[in-house]
Design a protein around this ligand. Structure first.
Ligand SMILES: [Zn+2]
Length: 84
């Protein structure tokens, strides 16, 4: 379930885009343009179950090396470009 308030500071959550950064082994993968609810006060991002699922699938592809990196920058890709 999506919270309507930040569970850390009780700030208001607004719909927006964020960058999801995750460490995979010795590499850091940054996924850009991830839809999320972001706290206006502290910037904490909350992901919908659908987005979490897309990120999970992306991580799986990354682990099995079937993912083609976007050429714009090493280790950076857009979630919207990799999910059909
Ligand atoms: Zn907050």
């Amino acid at each position: 379930m999506m919270p309507d308030k930040c569970s850390f500071c009780k700030g208001k959550l607004v719909k927006g885009k964020t960058e999801f950064v995750v460490k995979v082994g010795d590499k850091v993968l940054a996924i850009k343009d991830v839809s999320a609810y972001i706290c206006e006060e502290c910037g904490e991002a909350y992901y919908t179950p659908n987005i979490s699922k897309q990120i999970d699938e992306l991580m799986e592809k990354f682990h099995t090396s079937t993912l083609l990196m976007h050429p714009m920058a090493a280790g950076e890709l857009s979630l919207s470009e990799t999910v059909a």
